[in-house]
Design a protein around this ligand. Sequence first.
Ligand SMILES: *Cc1c(COP(=O)(O)O)cnc(C)c1O
Length: 407
Amino acid sequence: MNRFVYADNAATTPMSESVYEAMKPYLTECYGNPSSLYRIGREAHRAIDGARKKVAEAIGAAEPKEIIFTGGGSQADNLAIRGYVKGRSARGRKHIITSKIEHHAVLYTCQALEKEGYPVTYLDVDREGHVDLQQLKAAISDQTAIVTIMAANNEIGTIQDLKAIAEIAHAHGAVFHTDAVQAVGHMHINVQEMGIDLLSLSGHKFRGPKGIGALYLRKGIALDPLVHGGGQERGLASGTENVAGIIGLGQAIEDATGANLDEKMGYVKKLTDRLTKGIMDKIPYTHFTGDPINRLPGTASFVFEAIEGEGLILRLDLAGICGSTGSACSTGSLDPSHVLMAIGLPHEIAHGSLRLTLGDQNTEEDVDYLIEKVSEVVATLREMSPVWADGKPDMSSACDLHHEHHH
Ligand SMILES: *Cc1c(COP(=O)(O)O)cnc(C)c1O
């Protein structure tokens, strides 16, 4: 029996029916430009205000106007970091602190700024992916403008201690930005309680549409815009608003948070626990990655010894399964992902990574199918592997193998 199982919810999620229904009028009859003064323009403007309020409420912002709609998570990250260090609130401070496991939207923004003369510190993480707070304390100074650390990692699911990071940043007069693209809609986030000054989120990671996101910007912080033009979004994201996208984002965040969140987290976590247990029990020479407890409820991440991630993904695809790997050779890079390297996985083991991410649309039957097929495919690939013999990794046939194991 072949099924189709989508288990790559960290890459994107299927848009929900309620989001689609909410967006429809703004893709059809209500097409006015929100800046126009006549009725259909005013209606679009009012709908955007409603969505802004929903986003603010979902993350515990003090006021709706602290929400800036952007063209997705990457744009929010770029605006937050570049906009802050170039803006007047930075008061001439130039130093940026981030971590080695950030999404490329943050990492490459920092690297680009480094080339423009902004010194950047890239913090190490431990084996479970937590940033080193002692190293943060040692690196931060009165020259530090911004600390940008992700809320939860997209590859291994580890959740950071946001409150502790914010306190360290504030003690030195720096602001704290968090890329919460994987976190919002999947765990509790409250910007005021957690001391977050800037936060990025993206609609398509919690069953909203793609190409729409938001930046939370604490009142009183000034940013330099990346895009100049008509002055929309308080001049920070010029361009005619993606009205339908914004309405969809508002609906999606309302559905994903508030009273619905705990129930959803519990359901997804139960599925993920079943999946993790099934895979760890059935497949020998498997390592679980990330923090086993403080992690995103839907993220199951592993590395299989003597397996190559790309082949695994392609064979799972043949079985109707969508998953992902942090070790794709086709990208032209022979290195496994920067995240797997940063948590200290030996190179040759990190090549066999698999990330399965579940959502509230997945079922127990999906999970059982995943366990069955992943076990089968891993066994088949190992039979064909030059570094596998007699039911175990064959170290003699590989050069430069470390005998390093986790957990
Ligand atoms: C998906 C993702 C992004 C990028 O968001 P887009 O809306 O696709 O631009 C940024 N950071 C993290 C952690 C993500 O998972």
